[in-house]
Ligand binder design. Structure first.
Ligand code: HMG
Ligand code: MG
Length: 283
């Protein structure tokens, strides 16, 4: 297993989507440009979702048009349906992400449909993306706990992750949406998922509500995962997961990985500068 760990920077999307105060498009562009200079290979820029559901992401096309495209960076966006996919393609997104859930309650609150309906909704999007040769990432939310349904059975996470992988997602990102996971529950969940999807096709996406995200990354490293989502400055939360805090701070993950002898390619000084700017954007 390689000692290189890929960090997928979530700050501009997961980090900002929950901010109540509308952030200026120019500031979002500046944040992405600062992050592009940090050494990331993957940055999630914005979401092509309904502006009625997430007003903060309503300027997705303008943000995509305004950012500098570093040749080494893949600029990714969220797309819940074919409509969002069409807009993402017009905005020249390098890759898109569909987002499902392992719990019914969160699926309904977040994307207004059941898990089974969401899979049917994703199929035509995946078909179009395959035709366009645009890679699709798949998220599974609430991998240990759901704010509406309580604990999530690991077998359900495995089932949804396998479905997304079999449908053509190049990677499945496992979301502890409300940051309630512990090394024990994350470990059990990973054991179930790893029976169906190999470690190199999985990513950990851990929110840090209870301060356990770094511990959860450590257990995931032990299980063989080498891709983690993180948000600069620890920004964010999900508008449909009340009380959930941001993704684990990217700076903290880089420090953890540096101590563990892993390579990330990230320039920590530049990242701290970007974190300072990201914090200045908060309401
Ligand atoms: P719906 O209301 O059932 O959709 O929402 P609809 O198809 O009935 O459309 C309603 C209206 O939205 C229509 O407009 C559509 O045109 C429009 P109207 O006719 O009323 O004027 N619409 C769109 N507009 C722009 N872009 C689109 C789009 N689709 C429909 N793509 C829908 C269903 C999925 C659209 C909605 O529920 C939605 O947008 N949800 C997104 C919620 C969201 O972004 N949540 C945060 C991201 S997920 C997350 O944070 C978790 C993650 O980080 C992992 C983790 O932590 O676990 C990824
Ligand atoms: Mg998230």
């Amino acid at each position: 297993m390689t000692d290189f760990v890929t960090l997928f920077e979530m700050g501009p999307r997961d980090g900002l989507q929950n901010e109540k105060k509308l952030i200026a498009t120019a500031d979002k562009i500046r944040l992405v440009d600062l992050l592009s200079a940090c050494g990331f290979r993957k940055i999630e820029v914005t979401s092509f979702v309904s502006p009625k559901w997430v007003p903060q992401m309503a300027d997705a096309a303008e943000v995509m048009e305004g950012i500098y495209r570093h040749p080494a960076v893949t600029y990714a966006v969220l797309t819940p349906n074919v409509k969002g996919y069409g807009a993402a393609k017009r905005a020249l997104a390098d890759e898109v992400a569909i987002f499902g859930s392992a719990s019914e309650g969160f699926s309904r609150k977040n994307i207004n449909c059941s898990i089974a309906e969401s899979i049917e909704r994703f199929k035509p999007l995946l078909e179009k993306a395959r035709h366009d040769e645009i890679p699709v990432r798949g998220y599974v939310s609430c991998v240990t706990d759901c704010p509406y349904d309580g604990p999530t059975p690991p077998e359900k996470v495995a089932e949804v992750a396998k479905t997304l992988f079999d449908l053509g997602c190049y990677e499945v990102s496992l979301g502890d949406t409300i940051g309630a996971g512990t090394p024990e529950t994350i470990g059990r969940m990973l054991d179930a998922v790893l029976d169906h999807v190999p470690a190199e096709k999985l990513a950990g996406h851990y929110h840090d509500t209870k301060g356990r995200a770094l511990d959860n990354i450590e257990i995931s490293l032990e299980k063989g995962l080498r891709t983690f989502d993180a948000a600069v400055g620890g920004l964010g939360g999900c508008p449909y997961a009340p009380g959930a805090k941001g993704n684990v701070a990217t700076e903290a993950v880089v420090e953890l990985l540096n101590r563990g002898g892993y390579q990330t390619g990230i320039d920590l000084d530049r990242l701290r500068e970007a974190a300072g700017f990201a914090h200045s954007l908060r309401g």
